[in-house]
Design a protein around this ligand. Structure first.
Ligand code: AMP
Length: 412
């Protein structure tokens, strides 16, 4: 199947050719025809599957083909609701790129920054609005725009919106749109509350399910490193100095942990940038841009802040904390080893995290190779000796006593 078989029009085909997309991904070839048929669609798919283009391309095609003669002011004809500001920006960038040869105008609105510039763009008129729920409702209340001409409503990352407490806002937003609009719902998982929502706001939806990402690419060399909690920073520094010399994302479970690590690594002289939900919008965007354009080679991120964000060409991922949800492991390490290029992942596991290893290994269907050849193993008996190449093979057999080893200079 080719893109040209998907009833897309010339301006859009030209833009995707420029992006070097050759074949549609699974979600694209299943979802695009359904949207063009004007069906409501529920899509269970994760980020990284190409799901943004699966709704952006047909929406652009339909809005472009159904344009009325130019009238005064544009009306919002497609509305995409996203849970986070970064996702809203990213989705709008996609619309901009795919729609560059159309005359359709898109914009993103989100909280955490001044509303004035967003308001000015909206007053000039947009066809496609990408928004986070809070700012959308705020500006709507102020009568900056109307949603009564919306033809397509997209709820993107619906389960994350549920987790973030936006479900009532979604219901309010849906009621502001015309009843006969087309509704498209994208979610990585389908909790009951999302099923309930879909039942009440969608009309005979078609369902498309894209298999869960449970496998890890063969292009990723995975390593599991047992390490005491107190030595994780030291091991991280060791890796950043010796193994991970290219672009590296370090995942932490909490915002507090991310901040703490940022401080420690900055103190050690690393050029680090950090992304999490407690930072202002400008700080988050700046952090992301610094990493994307190579000004900072190390990005520390929490899972929520990084979810859905498209950062390609990452050389290594360090799981500073082992995720307690197995799928998160797959998402995290999937940031590297993309498009057939080799990548590496290093997962730190301290005593409290040992229980997570088995669930991850069950999900990915293989054992993560253990690497204890580092200076800070959890089991002190596994601490490597400072040795030359010659003595390398012998050093395990000839382990010195713990006392004499302690006297030895540490590797790092
Ligand atoms: P998404 O799941 O929408 O976040 O997309 C993940 C990545 O896949 C983005 O970098 C897209 O630019 C890229 N992508 C989407 N569709 C295709 C395609 N058909 N061929 C190649 N890359 C694609």
């Amino acid at each position: 199947m080719q893109f040209k078989d998907l009833k897309l029009n010339k301006p859009i085909l030209r833009a995707i050719t420029e992006k070097n997309y050759t074949t549609p991904t699974e979600v694209q070839h299943k979802v695009i025809p359904q949207i063009i048929e004007q069906n409501d669609v529920i899509v269970t798919a994760q980020t990284g599957t190409g799901k943004t283009a699966s709704f952006a391309l047909p929406i652009l095609r339909m809005l472009f083909d159904r344009q009325d003669a130019p009238k005064k002011g544009k009306k919002i004809r497609a509305l995409v609701v996203n849970p986070t500001r970064e996702l809203a920006i990213q989705v709008q960038e996609n619309f901009k790129q795919y729609g560059k040869y159309t005359n359709l105008v898109s914009t993103a609105i989100f909280g955490g920054v001044s509303a004035v510039p967003q308001q000015e763009i909206l007053e000039r008129g947009v066809d496609i609005l990408i928004a986070t729920p809070g700012r959308l409702l705020d500006l709507h209340k102020q009568d900056v725009f109307r949603l009564d001409k919306v033809e397509q409503l997209v709820l993107d990352e619906a389960d994350l919106m549920l987790d973030m407490g936006f479900i009532n806002d979604i219901r309010k937003i849906e009621r502001l749109c015309p009843k006969d609009r087309q509704t498209l719902l994208f979610s990585a998982t389908m909790p009951d509350a999302i099923e309930e929502l879909a039942k009440t706001i969608m009309f005979q939806p078609t369902r498309v399910t894209i298999a869960k990402t449970s496998s890890t690419a063969d292009t990723i060399v995975q390593k599991l490193m047992y390490v005491p909690k107190s030595e994780k920073v030291a091991l991280c520094v060791h890796l950043l100095e010796r193994e991970c010399k290219g672009s590296t994302i370090i995942f932490r479970r909490t915002k507090f942990g991310a901040d703490k690590l940022e401080k420690s690594l900055t103190k050690k002289g690393f050029n680090v940038t950090c992304l999490h939900g407690n930072k202002s919008q400008n700080a988050r965007q700046k952090a992301l841009n610094r990493f994307k354009n190579g000004d900072a080679r190390i990005l520390i991120a929490t899972d929520v802040a990084a979810r859905g964000i498209d950062i390609s060409a990452v050389d290594a991922v360090i799981n500073f904390d082992l995720p307690n949800i197995a799928e998160t492991y797959v998402h995290r390490i999937g940031r590297t080893g993309r498009a057939g290029i080799n990548g590496e992942s290093y997962s730190f596991c301290c005593e409290d995290e040992k229980e997570y290893v088995a669930t991850i290994e069950t999900l990915i269907g293989k054992k993560i190779p253990v690497d204890n050849e580092h200076p800070f193993p959890l089991d002190p008996d596994l601490k490597p000796q400072v040795h030359t190449k010659k003595s390398n093979s012998k050093h395990r057999k000839n382990r010195k006593s713990e006392a004499s080893r302690k006297k030895k200079k540490r590797w790092y």
